[in-house]
Ligand binder design. Structure first.
Ligand code: R2B
Ligand code: URA
Length: 310
């Protein structure tokens, strides 16, 4: 019952603005983007966000604040005189959002429900703001499968816990699937921006998306574990044999909702460990901090390249 969209269905408007596939929204007096602390009447969303081209998302508020500062430096963006970077969604007490010219840097929390809520509101934000051809990029962390900690991984296909290339939704008590498709061309372009001088590998592969960090990712070190180490290794090796190179918790919902909205998207994560060697995330804090900058560096190269072409 997985329903594929025809090219026509996923098309944006010909002017590149995001088409909302929900006719209820335009009939409403105001659309409140509750978890962003924004509204379509309380704020001039087109004035505030109309120039956005890149929506970068990652799990934690701090990482996304760091990314905002990093990208500001990297693209040489100057904030309007007398202003400072500020968390636009601070009063939601849910997500954080920073804007640096054409770049939005937004935290999405952990796991599908948190990302799903944010994606609905970000896609509506793009619609209200009349953004032209926005690109969504998730900058995350993951567990590697057969790849060392510090490796940068670009997702080519996002798979759910049953290795299906789709995301399962329960809507009005019914189960439906939407394809978890990412933009293959964008993935290849990102890979081409890896430099042979980078002191780490940047690879493309399949990503497994789970609903849990512990039992759901075959860890032996959760509060519960009812399988053996042998069972775990058999599972991880099966993943590897299917081309899965990493495991995280957001890629299928991120891919499914961007694809459904006709928005180009990519997922780039850094591995915090090689799951074939263990379960605990135990690299030193400073090391992990440096690793988490690696996907940001790649995305900054991409943003700089696109901006220089315009
Ligand atoms: C990666 O890291 C988080 C779990 O530690 C989760 O959000 C993910 O996908
Ligand atoms: N994030 C995950 O979801 N899994 C890991 O193993 C590490 C980070």
């Amino acid at each position: 019952n997985s329903h594929s969209l025809s090219e026509e269905e996923i098309d944006e408007y010909s002017d590149g603005t995001v088409r909302l596939r929900n006719s209820n929204i335009e009939l409403m007096d105001q659309d409140i983007l509750y978890h962003l602390a924004l509204g379509s009447e309380s704020h001039d969303l087109q004035e505030m966000f109309g120039d956005v081209k890149f929506v970068c998302m990652g799990g934690t508020p701090k990482r996304m604040e760091n990314f905002a500062h990093f990208i500001m430096e990297d693209i040489g963006y100057k904030l309007p005189a007398g202003t400072q970077l500020q968390d636009i969604s601070a009063y939601s007490y849910r997500y954080s959002m920073y804007k640096v010219g054409p770049v939005l840097s937004v935290s999405h929390g952990m796991g599908t429900p948190s990302v799903s809520i944010l994606m609905h509101e970000m896609i509506k934000l793009m619609y209200h703001a009349k953004c032209i051809d926005p690109i969504f990029i998730r900058i995350g962390t993951c567990g590697g499968i057969g790849v060392e900690g510090g490796t940068v991984i670009i997702t080519e296909d996002a798979l759910d816990g049953q290795l299906r290339n789709s995301h399962e939704f329960t809507i009005l008590g019914e189960t439906i699937h939407r394809p978890a498709k990412l933009d293959k061309k964008l993935a290849r372009e990102l890979k081409s921006l890896a430099s042979p001088d980078d002191p780490y590998d940047t690879i493309i592969g399949k990503t497994l998306c789970t609903n849990d960090f512990y039992e759901g990712q075959g860890r032996l070190d959760g509060a519960f574990c009812e399988f053996s180490e042998n069972d775990k290794m058999t599972y991880l090796e099966k993943l590897r044999d299917n081309g899965v190179v990493n495991i995280e918790m957001e890629s299928t919902i991120f891919a499914a909702l961007t694809h459904h909205a006709g928005i180009k998207a990519a997922v780039v994560c850094v591995a915090l460990l090689n799951r074939l060697n263990g379960d605990q995330v135990n690299a030193p804090k400073e090391v992990m901090h440096e690793w988490q900058q690696r996907p940001q560096i790649l995305i900054a190269r991409y943003i700089r390249k696109v901006l220089s072409q315009n």
